[in-house]
Design a protein around this ligand. Structure first.
Ligand code: 26W
Length: 813
C-alpha cells in the first residue's frame, strides 16, 4: 500500500500553488470557494499518478472488467471521501490550520452532486466505492446532468422545487475530455444494401449529438487504487444538421443546439413511476450507446477478436434504464463489425446482466413501439428479431400456448404496442437479480414466473449493501473510533469483523461509551439542524427517524397516524403528557413533482408538526421536524444520531431498502415490516433486537383475496377513528376540512397500501418501543448488537456476490 505524503509543509506548498496558479488568487485575497477548489486540486494531485497508472493497466492487462451502466449516481460530497481514501485527512486539516483556514468551512462549500433520485442511485455510488476498494477492474458509466435532483423547499408547508445548480461554481472533481467525444445518432430510417453478396442493414440517422465524457476519480480506500466514473454530457455537433428543424437561419440553429444539449440537462425526478417521455428515452440511449462505443473503442486492443468479448467485459444494467444498450450492442456487432447475427447474439447474451430494483408493476419501464421506431428505427428492428427468435424458442419448449406466448412477448399489445424493457433485459441477460432475498423470490415466482421456468438458474439474488467508509467512518467518526478500539481498524474493509463487538455488548463500560457516542451525535445533529433550518434537537428525546423518498407504499402516512394518535391522546386528556416518552420525529423526503398525493402527505406532515410543536399541552414531549431537501449530506448527519429507524413499507413492496442497513450499522433499532432487506436484518440481529409489526407478504395477499375494506377497520378501531377524525376535522388545516380530505377519503375507501390494516399492530409495537427505551442500558445493548451483527450489509459483500455469481471479474492487484 502506498504511504501518504508525510509532510504538512509539502501539502501547504501544493495547496498554495494550486490557489495561485489554478485559481489565480493569493491566499489573502481568496474566498472560501477558491480555497475549497485549491484543496480539492491538491487532493486530486496526490491521486493523479495512481489514477493514470490504473487507467493504463486496465487496458494493458486486458483482464475482464465490469462496466456498470447506471442512469443515476447519488454520490454525495467528494472532498471528505477522497481525503479519507488517500489518508490525507489529518495532513490536510493541519495544513489548512497552518494557513489559518478551518477545513470545516471548505467541506461545507461543496455542493453534493445529486445525480440520482434515491436508493438506486446511492446504491450505484456505494458499488463503485467498493469496486475501487476491492481492486476490481471496473468503470461506472452514466450521465452528467447539469441539474441533479431538485432542491426541495417548503412554502406554507408545501413542497416547492428549485433547480439544483450544482455546477454553478464549477466542480473541481471532473475532467472533461471533449477530444474523446462519441457521436450518438437518432432518428431517420434504415436501408438494406449489398455488401459483396451479403445483405446488410444501414441506419441513416436524421440527427446526432456529441457525447463528451467527464471523468471522475473513484479512489479505493487505503489501497492506492483509483477507478473511473465516466459521465456523459450532450453537446451539439458542429455540423448540427437537424432535419426536423430544417432551417438555415441563426435562431433556428441555436434552438437546435439547445435541443441537443437538453439531453443531459436534467435528471428526471420521477422515482418508480416512469413517465414514458421521449427525452428520457433519448437520455437512456445517449449514455448507453456512448458507453458501449467508449468501451469498444478505448478498452480493447487493436486486433481484438469480438467473439471473445465476454471474456473481457460484463455490462451490468442498473434497472431497465440502460436496457437499450442490448439492441445497441447487437447493432454495432452486426451492422458495423459485420458479425453474423447468431454469433452477435451469443456474445451479447453473455455480456449483459440485469438488476431489477422494484416490485411495483408500474415501475417496470415500457416504451411505445412508435416512439422507438421514430427515435431508433434500427433498434426497433433488432428488438423485433430478438423477440421473434425468443418466442420461437418458447414455442419449442412450451408448445403453442398462445396465452403464455402473449405473456412472455417482449412486445406487449395492451393498451398499445410497447416494448417491455424488463423482459428484453431478462432475455438478454446472462443473469437477472433482485436486490434482497424476499424481492428476488417474488420477482422469480410472481413477476416473471414464465421466464424462471424457461430459463432455470438465470434468476438470483444479491442483497444490497452500503459502503462502511462513507456511512460509518465518515458519517460517524466517534463510533468508528470506538469500534476500532474494540476490534481493530480492519472492519472498514472487512465489515464482518464487527462481530467482534458482540461480547462488548455485555460490558457496562463499553455500553456507556457507546451511549455517549449516540448522545454526541444528537448534539452534532442539533447544531447542524439549527444552523440549517433553525430546528433544535433535544438529546433527552428518543430520535425516531423516517428518511426516504415520499411514496405511498413506503407509508409515511402510517408514521403520521402514529404521531397524531399520540397527540390526540394528550389533547383529549386521556393520556397525561408527563407520561409520554419524549420523542422527536424526524422526516426527510422528496416527492416527485407530479405526484399529487405524495405532495399532500408532505403538507400533512408539516401541518401536524406545526400544530404539535406549538401546542403547550404537549409540554414539548412530542416534536416533529421535517428538514427540507433531504440528501446524502443530511443523511450522514441524521442517521448516526437516530435511535429508531422507521422501515414500515407494506410487505412485498420495498425491494430492499438501503437506509435500513445504514441505520442498523449506526446503532439504531428498527421498527419494521417483514419487507425487503428488513427480513434479513431481523434474521441477523435477532427478534429481540428488532421491532417487527404488520402483515407478512402472504398475509397481504390473503387479505386482498378475501376483500379489504379499510372503512371497516376504521369503524372497528376506536383509537384509529379518533386519529383519523382529528385529521378530518381540520385541526391541522386551520379548520379547513377540505385540505386533507383527499388523504382521509383515500385511506377510508381505497388504501392501496393497507395503512389502516397495519395500524393497530404498528401502534402496539410502538408501545413496546417506548417501554424498551425506558431501560436505556438494555436499549444500548441491543443497539450494539445491531452494529455487531449487520456487517453482512457492506457493499463489499454485495460486490463479492456479484463477482462470484454473475460477473466473474476477480480483483487485479
Ligand atoms: C422513472 C423510472 C424509475 C423507475 C424505477 C426510476 C427509478 C426507479 C427505481 C427502481 C427506484 C429505486 O430507486 N428503487 C430502489 O432501489 C433500491 C436499491 O436497490 C432499493 O433499496 C429500494 O428498495 C428500491 O425502491
Amino acid at each position: 500500500m502506498p504511504s501518504p505524503p508525510s509532510s504538512v509543509d509539502g501539502f501547504v506548498r501544493e495547496f498554495l500553488l494550486n490557489l495561485n496558479f489554478d485559481r489565480g488568487v493569493a491566499l489573502s485575497a481568496s474566498n472560501v470557494n477558491d480555497r475549497y477548489f485549491a484543496l480539492a486540486y491538491t487532493v486530486r494531485d496526490y491521486l493523479m499518478a495512481r489514477w493514470l497508472e490504473d487507467q493504463r493497466r486496465q487496458k494493458a492487462t486486458q483482464a475482464k472488467g465490469v462496466c456498470y451502466l447506471s442512469a443515476e449516481y447519488l454520490l454525495g460530497r467528494q472532498l471528505d471521501n477522497n481525503l479519507l481514501a488517500s489518508r490525507l485527512t489529518d495532513i490536510a486539516t493541519e495544513a489548512m490550520e497552518a494557513c489559518g483556514i478551518d477545513i470545516e468551512d471548505l467541506r461545507a462549500q461543496e455542493i453534493e452532486p445529486g445525480l440520482g433520485n434515491g436508493g438506486l442511485g446511492r446504491l450505484a455510488a456505494c458499488f463503485i466505492d467498493s469496486l475501487a476498494t476491492m481492486s476490481v477492474p471496473s468503470i461506472g458509466y452514466g450521465i452528467r446532468y447539469e441539474y441533479g435532483i431538485f432542491r426541495q423547499t417548503f412554502v406554507d408547508g408545501q413542497q416547492v422545487e428549485q433547480p439544483d445548480t450544482w455546477l454553478e461554481l464549477g466542480s473541481p472533481w471532473e475532467f472533461p475530455h471533449p477530444e474523446s467525444a462519441q457521436t450518438i445518432a437518432f432518428g431517420g430510417h434504415t436501408e438494406t444494401y449489398d455488401d459483396e453478396g451479403v445483405e446488410r442493414v444501414r441506419w441513416v440517422p436524421a440527427w446526432n449529438v456529441k457525447a463528451v465524457p467527464y471523468n471522475y476519480m473513484v479512489p479505493g480506500y487505503h489501497n492506492g487504487r483509483v477507478n473511473t466514473l465516466r459521465l456523459w454530457r450532450a453537446v451539439a455537433t458542429n455540423a448540427f444538421d437537424l432535419r426536423i428543424f430544417n432551417s438555415g437561419d441563426y435562431e433556428e440553429a441555436v434552438r437546435a443546439q439547445t435541443f441537443a444539449e437538453n439531453i443531459s440537462k436534467v435528471l428526471y425526478p420521477e422515482d418508480s413511476t416512469p413517465q414514458g417521455k421521449e427525452l428520457r428515452l433519448q437520455q437512456q440511449y445517449f449514455f448507453s450507446a456512448a458507453s458501449i462505443a467508449d468501451f469498444l473503442d478505448n478498452m480493447l486492443s487493436e486486433d481484438y477478436d469480438l467473439h471473445a468479448l465476454p471474456d473481457r467485459v460484463i455490462f451490468q444494467l442498473n434497472d431497465t434504464h440502460p436496457v437499450i444498450a442490448v439492441p445497441e450492442l447487437m447493432r454495432v456487432l452486426v451492422d458495423e463489425k459485420k458479425l453474423e447475427w447468431d454469433a452477435a447474439w451469443t456474445i451479447t447474451r453473455q455480456c449483459f446482466a440485469y438488476t431489477c430494483h422494484t416490485l411495483m408493476p408500474e415501475a417496470l419501464e415500457v416504451w411505445s413501439v412508435d416512439l422507438i421506431e421514430r427515435l431508433l428505427p434500427r433498434h426497433m428492428q433488432i428488438i423485433y428479431r430478438i423477440n421473434e427468435e425468443f418466442l420461437g424458442e418458447v414455442r419449442e419448449t412450451f408448445g403453442d400456448d398462445e396465452m403464455r406466448i402473449r405473456n412472455m412477448s417482449i412486445i406487449g399489445e395492451h393498451p398499445s404496442r410497447s416494448v417491455r424493457m424488463a423482459y428484453l433485459a431478462t432475455v438478454a441477460g446472462a443473469k437477472v437479480n433482485g436486490v434482497a432475498e424476499l424481492q428476488s423470490e417474488l420477482l422469480r415466482t410472481k413477476v416473471l414466473p414464465d421466464f424462471d421456468e424457461f430459463y432455470p438458474g438465470k434468476f438470483t439474488n444479491v442483497t444490497n449493501g452500503v459502503t462502511p467508509r462513507r456511512f460509518i467512518r465518515l458519517a460517524n467518526p466517534s463510533l468508528a473510533d470506538l469500534i476500532s478500539e474494540a476490534v481493530g481498524a480492519g472492519w472498514t474493509v472487512d465489515l464482518e469483523r464487527l462481530r467482534g463487538l458482540e461480547p462488548f455488548a455485555e460490558d457496562p463500560e463499553f455500553r456507556a461509551q457507546f451511549a455517549a457516542v449516540k448522545a454526541g451525535n444528537k448534539r452534532a445533529l442539533d447544531k447542524v439542524l439549527f444552523q440549517r433550518d433553525g430546528f433544535r434537537v433535544d438529546d433527552t428525546h428518543m430520535l425516531d427517524v423516517m428518511v426516504k423518498r415520499l411514496h405511498e407504499y413506503k407509508r409515511q402516512l402510517l408514521k403520521v397516524l402514529h404521531i397524531v394518535t399520540e397527540y390526540e391522546g394528550i389533547v383529549s386528556g386521556r393520556v397525561e403528557a408527563s407520561a409520554v416518552q419524549p420523542r422527536t420525529f424526524i422526516f426527510g423526503a422528496k416527492a416527485a413533482p407530479g405526484y399529487a398525493m405524495a405532495k399532500r402527505i408532505i403538507h400533512l406532515i408539516n401541518a401536524v408538526g406545526s400544530v404539535v410543536n406549538n401546542d403547550p399541552r404537549v409540554e414539548g414531549r412530542l416534536k416533529v421536524l421535517f428538514p427540507p431537501n433531504y440528501n446524502v449530506t443530511l443523511a450522514e448527519r441524521v442517521i448516526p444520531a437516530a435511535d429508531l429507524s422507521e422501515q414500515i413499507s407494506l410487505a412485498g413492496k420495498e425491494a430492499s431498502g438501503t437506509g435500513n442497513m445504514k441505520f442498523a450499522l449506526n446503532g439504531a433499532l428498527t421498527i419494521g415490516t417483514d419487507d425487503g432487506a428488513n427480513v434479513e436484518i431481523r434474521e441477523l440481529v435477532g427478534d429481540d433486537n428488532f421491532f417487527l409489526f404488520g402483515m407478512s407478504e402472504p398475509e397481504v395477499e390473503a387479505l386482498w383475496a378475501k376483500g379489504y375494506r379499510p372503512a371497516d377497520v376504521y369503524q372497528s378501531d376506536e383509537t384509529l377513528r379518533r386519529t383519523i377524525d382529528l385529521i378530518a376535522s381540520g385541526t391541522f388545516s386551520d379548520g379547513d376540512r377540505s385540505v386533507f380530505e383527499p388523504i382521509v377519503s383515500n385511506l377510508l375507501y381505497e388504501d392501496r397500501f393497507m395503512v389502516l390494516a397495519d395500524y393497530a399492530s404498528y401502534i402496539a409495537e410502538q408501545k413496546k418501543v417506548d417501554a424498551a427505551y425506558q431501560d436505556q442500558d438494555a436499549w444500548t445493548r441491543s443497539a450494539i448488537l445491531n452494529v455487531a451483527r449487520t456487517g453482512f450489509f457492506s457493499s463489499d459483500r454485495s460486490m463479492r456476490d456479484y463477482i462470484d455469481r454473475i460477473w466473474h471479474t476477480p480483483p487485479v492487484y
